[in-house]
Ligand binder design. Sequence first.
Ligand code: UDP
Length: 454
Amino acid sequence: LLRDVVAGPRSVAALAPLIGAERYEALLRDSAAFRQQFGHSTIWNVNSTATGGGVAELLQALVGYAVDLGVDIRWLVLHGDPAFFAITKRLHNALHGHGGETTTPAEASHYEDILAANAADLLERVKPGDVVLLHDPQTAGLAPWLRRAGVRVVWRCHIGADRGNRVTEAAWGFLRRYLGDLDGYVFTRYEFVPSWVPAGRTWIIPPSIDPLSPKNAPMDPAAVREVMVAAGLLDGPHARPPRAHVVAERLPTEDEPLVAQVSRWDRLKDMPGVLEAFAVQVAPRTAGTLALVGPATGEVADDPEGAQVYADCVREWGRLPRAARERVLLASLPLDDLEENARMVNAVQRHATVVVQKSLAEGFGLTVAEAMWKGRPVIGSAVGGIADQIVDGAGLLVPDPRDLSAFGGQLRCLLGDADLWHRLGGAAHEHVRRNFLGDVHLRRYAALFRTILS
Ligand code: UDP
């Protein structure tokens, strides 16, 4: 049932020039101490998808670096059916404070049945002394089985609402019955921690990006152009059919300003809101094209809403007045070749004049860190982890993401101010370098493991 995901080793040594000798040596020291003390423990990660979305992205990198550091670490993806993922997607939205319907008793028992089957498989693999990191609501129901087996269990929640509401409370009411008395609870920010989680076992660990992965690695302008043209996102000669599925009246030219949001087709990313704000507030007064870019729908296993949200965007696009429609394109990037998908995202983020992330709620928002690392000026909503990333002049925050005219106004101003792009972009890169690269992340986990294993 459980699927092993092999994250190829990533070279920690290659990080050294980016993080500096002091941080690099601290990482080696911590991992050597960890291996010596806890070398017999396996660290297991369990989540619900190997591709698409932030958690998969994170695990690819972290597991890869940990392997290179000699840590015995594994990654398993659980098996669920569409009904299971519909339930967990609702819980996901609810923890972000959105949606409404609660989990019915029949759904609860389906959720438990699926996880009981996965747990049986998992219990054959783990041994006492191991640590299992369970990621997000999809895996919460595995915890009671593991606790009974005497392994250390940490629940890592990647999502949350800055201010809880009735919907969040109901979702926690459902999940907490599985999450009692674990060894650790990890959240991205303090605001996300529900009151019933014991303070002494709470860890705040924001995610990180991998500066050397195909998604973030340096790319020269010629390569960026080539990937953009081959994807079908930029006007230019291409021999083969475009790799991405692009909905557009015309393609932008190379020297035209490009505004991009790269996201899953998820309601909380508010792609339609970006489209409307751009069409109404920006397009009539400023040059440039908007690209809304996401994964090909139906290909992210644990995200059943994607196709619907994408269809809504296409419909809204079709309703735009022609002049605005010519300035907006929708692109779905294929996921059959993940490295190619990552290079396309890399190219879009590098080519974009301005990157936006107008989420209505956000756990962290890796797309923001990715764009900041590339020195892009980013406009993001002041929600969730975006507010921890865009600080001290490292980008622009929109206080209320539902205020389309404020968002549009900021975007218009930024598009017209090349000096500001450079100032924001420079600060952005440095902020990510200091706070959101893998070494900082791994050392925070090492501290957590040391505490719960000692
Ligand atoms: N992403 C991708 N291909 C796409 C769209 C998104 O690889 O077509 C990646 C994106 O680059 C980022 C991740 O998916 O690494 C999304 O993570 P984020 O934290 O922004 O949001 P989540 O999807 O976890 O809600």
